[in-house]
Ligand binder design. Structure first.
Ligand SMILES: Cc1cc2nc3c(=O)[nH]c(=O)nc-3n(C[C@H](O)[C@H](O)[C@H](O)COP(=O)(O)O)c2cc1C
Length: 140
């Protein structure tokens, strides 16, 4: 699909068909999205795939995007830790959402969640900070 068509087509979808999305497809999208720009090419974030319902919206898959602020400290100090780490993870997430559209899938960016609850539920490492959850699947 043309990039302009992908951009025009993307919209937040909050109702999904009960169809699984294979991990191989998700991993392909994640790998492509990781080519997004990143401060010092650090790419200090992690995308965790879960099919466990972790937010109010029902979706076959949730991608939990976590920033790793400490990964930026030695090179960029406080600015890297507090700003670049979040920007890198966010740009990555935006790429993911567009790639999902290109792959015939839909998603919504979820920012309203309890960080501590998500970390506990998914056993996320202490140094990682969940910054967004992308609920995704085939649009209803
Ligand atoms: C930082 C951020 C946080 C958001 N948090 C939520 C959320 O918690 N729940 C939700 O349903 N949508 C959330 N959204 C999606 C927005 O509501 C949505 O992008 C906006 O209404 C524009 O609609 P569109 O994406 O269809 O263009 C969030 C989007 C962003 C960028």
């Amino acid at each position: 699909m043309e990039l302009t068509d992908v951009i025009k087509k993307r919209k937040s979808v909050r109702s999904f068909q009960k169809i699984d999305v294979p991990n191989e497809i998700l991993e392909e999208i994640i790998a492509l999205a990781r080519t997004s720009p990143s401060a010092g090419a650090i790419r200090g974030y992690k995308a965790i795939i879960t099919k466990e319902k972790i937010v109010r919206i029902d979706a076959p898959v949730y991608l939990v995007i976590c920033a790793n602020p400490e990964a930026y400290v030695s090179r960029y100090g406080e600015r890297g830790k507090n700003l670049y780490s979040i920007q890198d993870a966010t740009i990555f997430g935006a790429y993911v959402q567009l790639l999902l559209v290109d792959g015939g899938l839909a998603s919504v960016w979820i920012g309203a969640f309890r960080e501590d609850k998500i970390k506990n539920t998914l056993n996320i490492e202490k140094h990682l900070k969940p910054i967004a959850i992308i609920a995704l699947g085939h649009s209803l």
